[in-house]
Write a protein that binds this ligand. Structure first.
Ligand code: AMP
Length: 399
């Protein structure tokens, strides 16, 4: 495995850009993926966000496209959410700034005018969510017949969000002769099924950290009865020395309620969930990134894959109902070798979900009791009561 970017075959100009970004050496997924992608190989990459996977696919793609071509987009990156689309777009623009390649961002929930203008000026790279892409394709505003590199990012989440048909259709709209890169935090059967028909002789790369959670994140579980979660959350906030904190909730309603509570403690707080308008979502995220808001309360769907620097703490108000989401959520902190802390509030009714998370991690997460907090019922510090087997695939709860 190469420990320098230069050894991976990247061009001099990209090496300079990486130097300017302050990247000293490639992350494991970058070391493993870049050379193969430069050679035109298809790739299945098992990697969660925070591993540097965006650069792993963006850098070689930019190098392969080389320069602007007015004949139509040659690279397409499909992502599940608008926020991730913005982030991937930003990355492509940052890494490609020494080139004349044009990157266009397409997502729903906003007007068409700007996106149509961008398309008219000629895109080389398109970063899109599936719905808006098909919408624009259906109205003949773009063609996919020149696509050479198709990148499917966070495929597990795209499937989870019900995009399977849209994604399959888009893959079929691209030329057969193309390079396809598939990234997903989990590579389960449904994903391998897509890989079977959409990819050709792929290289498989597993860049999930050994423990499967970033080593720079300390994480703890706070057992508490569900009716005391609110009090415990506020007590934790008041006792935690944080710079910026991301709170995950299961439902949009919880996100709204917690935002109100946190506001009442005079913390600056913003909310991110699917019922907010795009403008509100963008404002919340920008404000959180700039430090205007110290606290961001978000549902998992809205926040998946967000790359915000300097998040010191993550709090899960609920144990995630999909165990992989735990890794995603706590991966929001401790990014790219800074340190972070994650807390999960865990009530007895969530025992199945907690077991599924620990099964996936292959270890028990340390239980903690908050000193000075008035627990009405003694918290369950060791929860692995004898009885039912841990469930690895818990039923999805309504969001
Ligand atoms: P990603 O997993 O693509 O969301 O990337 C996570 C974060 O790591 C982003 O903020 C990147 O800018 C940063 N990053 C990516 N590659 C490197 C690298 N080789 N060295 C340092 N930071 C990096």
């Amino acid at each position: 495995m190469s420990s320098s970017f230069a050894g991976l075959g990247l061009s001099e100009s990209l090496l300079q850009t990486l130097d300017a970004c302050g990247y000293k050496e490639p992350t494991p997924i970058q070391s493993q993926a870049i050379r193969g992608i430069l050679q035109g190989r298809d790739v299945i990459g098992a990697a969660q966000t925070g591993t540097g996977k965006t650069a792993a696919f963006a850098l070689p793609t930019l190098q392969r496209l080389d320069r602007h071509d007015p004949n139509g987009p040659r690279a397409l990156i499909l992502v599940p959410t608008r926020e991730l689309a913005m982030q991937v777009d930003e990355n492509f623009k940052r890494y490609g700034k020494e080139t004349d390649l044009r990157v266009t961002l397409l997502y729903g929930g906003v007007g068409y005018k700007e996106q149509l203008n961008d398309l008219r000026t000629g895109a080389d790279v398109i970063v899109a969510t599936p719905g808006r892409l098909l919408d624009l394709w259906g109205r003949r505003h773009l063609q996919l017949d020149k696509i050479q590199v198709l990148i499917l990012d966070e495929v597990d989440r795209m499937l989870d969000m019900g995009f399977i048909e849209d994604v399959s259709r888009i893959i079929r709209l691209c030329p057969k002769e193309r390079q396809t890169l598939l990234f997903s935090a989990t590579v389960e059967k449904s994903i391998l099924n897509i890989a079977k028909w959409a990819l050709r002789d792929p290289v498989t790369i597993d860049a999930r950290a050994e423990s499967k959670t970033a080593e720079t994140v300390e994480h703890f579980v706070y057992p508490v009865e569900s009716y005391q979660k609110y009090d415990l959350l506020l007590a934790l906030l008041s006792k935690t020395d944080f710079k910026s904190i991301l709170i995950f909730t299961r439902t949009k309603r919880d996100a709204d309620r917690i935002t109100e509570w946190v506001e009442s403690t005079s913390n600056s707080v913003a909310t991110l969930h699917a019922d907010r308008t795009q403008q509100e979502r963008s404002e919340a995220l920008a404000g959180f990134k700039s430090g205007k808001y110290a606290v961001l309360v978000a549902t998992d769907i809205a926040a998946r894959g967000l790359d915000v620097r300097g998040i010191t703490h993550v709090i899960n108000y609920n144990v995630p109902d999909h165990p992989e989401d735990y890794i995603h959520r706590i991966g929001r902190t401790g990014r790219a070798s800074t340190e972070g802390t994650a807390y999960t509030l865990f009530s007895p009714d969530e025992l199945h979900y907690m077991r599924a998370v620990e099964n996936l991690l292959g270890k028990t997460i340390e239980r903690r009791k908050l000193e000075g907090f008035k627990y009405r019922v003694e918290p369950m510090m060791g929860d692995n009561k004898p009885g039912s087997q841990p469930s690895t695939t818990p039923r999805r709860r309504n969001r």
